[in-house]
Write a protein that binds this ligand. Sequence first.
Ligand SMILES: NC(=O)c1ccc[n+]([C@@H]2O[C@H](COP(=O)([O-])OP(=O)(O)OC[C@H]3O[C@@H](n4cnc5c(N)ncnc54)[C@H](O)[C@@H]3O)[C@@H](O)[C@H]2O)c1
Length: 240
Amino acid sequence: MANLKTVVITGAAGGMGSATAALFKSKGYQILGTDNREIPGVDYSVVGDVADEATWAQITAVIEQNNLSVSSLINIAGRNYFDLITEAKKSEWLNMFEVNVVAMVLGVKHLAPYLRKATPSSIVNMSSISAHIGTSGYAAYVATKGAVDSLTKALSLELAPQIRVNAVAPGWIETPFTVTGLNLNPDPVAYRKTVEKMHALNRVGTPEEIAKVIYFLASEDSSFMTGSIVTSDGGYLIKN
Ligand SMILES: NC(=O)c1ccc[n+]([C@@H]2O[C@H](COP(=O)([O-])OP(=O)(O)OC[C@H]3O[C@@H](n4cnc5c(N)ncnc54)[C@H](O)[C@@H]3O)[C@@H](O)[C@H]2O)c1
């Protein structure tokens, strides 16, 4: 329906993406989800690589064809890559920056004209506390999330005052992303306990807890916030 506000969510098939889509849906928004795999539970979907400009052309075509009023862009899609720096593969590093950073740039490039029309409007980017902590073997991930923080601040100025731009930086959240990471460890059960204890709250977070922060940053509840990187980490940074 053209009269409902629409939120575009990347990584909408993933742990935090699907939780975010469900929360916005419960608040009365339409969801245009994009991911490189099938996306259940959204109103409109575009399956493709977010780092590919053709995917964004398809997304704008869906917006035009359905006369959608886009009030927020939520950039959640992301990937991880492990290698010690002496083994670093240039192709992997380039793809990490394409998926975790350049895809956000493409999304903003293609959707800013629609967001400008639908005031008030906002963008929320997915960062990570990893931007502030070095993790051996994950330099590419850490570097891309640092870039997300800088990009968020730069875009918040360029798009002000019409479009607010903020980022969320979660601690460990229970999703397929972290389960894959845990399983790389020789003792995933013991490692998970260690990870839980790294958080002051002695547990990892849920996708629904981060979805609430994203909703806050996207909505007018945060109307005086732009250029902010909001940490939601169960006290990880303060403890370590
Ligand atoms: N899980 C955590 O602990 C955690 C913590 C901080 C930040 N993050 C970030 O949150 C985001 C979502 O992670 P998640 O934990 O929900 O993981 P997830 O793996 O469940 O979701 C990521 C989604 O992005 C999609 N995706 C990946 N590459 C893509 C591409 N090139 N094109 C289109 N879609 C693509 C995947 O298919 C997947 O559905 C990522 O940016 C991640 O870096 C995760």
